[in-house]
Design a protein around this ligand. Sequence first.
Ligand SMILES: Cc1ncc(C[n+]2csc(CCOP(=O)(O)OP(=O)(O)O)c2C)c(N)n1
Length: 299
Amino acid sequence: MAINLKTVDDKELLYGTKICQGCGAGMAARMALKVLGEKTVLCTPACCFAATTTVFPQSSIFVNNAISAFPGLAATASGMTHAMKALGWDDDYTMLAIAGDGGTIDIGLQGLSGAAERNDDLIYICYDNEAYMNTGVQRSGSTPFDAWTTTTPTGPCSKGEKNKFRKSLFEIMSAHRIPYVATASVAYPQDYMAKVAKAKEIKGCRVIHVSAPCPTGWGYDTAKTVELAKMAVESGLWYLAENEGGEMKLTYKPKELKDPADYLKMQKRFKHLTEEDIQEIREIRDAEWERLKKVLSFE
Ligand SMILES: Cc1ncc(C[n+]2csc(CCOP(=O)(O)OP(=O)(O)O)c2C)c(N)n1
């Protein structure tokens, strides 16, 4: 699908923010807003995106952004989309909810499940920086195996995050049988924006889970966000997929998976890993890729 990059004037998007240099979350939000345009009603819970763009009385977004309680984004957005209908707003408006992985995959999951069950008419974007970044890098249900965070320290008694598998929001939401679920990455803007554009044309509950690296929490050079996000996909540690009406597929398949070692070695949160640890991550990646082949029907 061709994306009109001129939907909104670049200058109107997120100027004068407090977003860190190289913030993947800012990129994810900016690209979504670019596609959805001015007829968007936005709601965000406590997270980096809210704290860096929307602190009353200042805002750096060209549409209003209502801030919800941390666990309450989906419930608030559900109420707002019903209110839009009750007020007779024209159908062109999109109710957009944007939250981090903590606010979605952990504390906000119950409300999102309710919105999905009711098939409330909204687009929910979870930008995934793989920890609770706004409060200083605490682990979430999306923190990868072995990663350092302040609550998964590294040292003689601990090797970072213990869970081998991250919660799969894509599969959790697919199990709700909503009309559209996708994964995406800020390193593949055409793929991501096409998914947002497709979601805009569909009614009901639509969820997009976008990989969004965080230089501050992951510990890497701020210029490398896109490179790192790309390496995650090319090494099979993240994947680009969609589920449209029950049809699940990969939307981008790397020719052959790259060695995750290069990706891991670029980040301070993995600097404690030995060659044996990296080998274990390769094996977990291989097993997960085999599982995904069955879920997403690819070879
Ligand atoms: C009930 C509740 N618990 C904790 C907090 C503190 N808090 C605010 S933002 C945040 C982290 C958000 O993490 P995430 O959703 O992953 O978004 P990110 O900060 O990474 O953008 C926390 C714990 C809160 N606001 N409300």
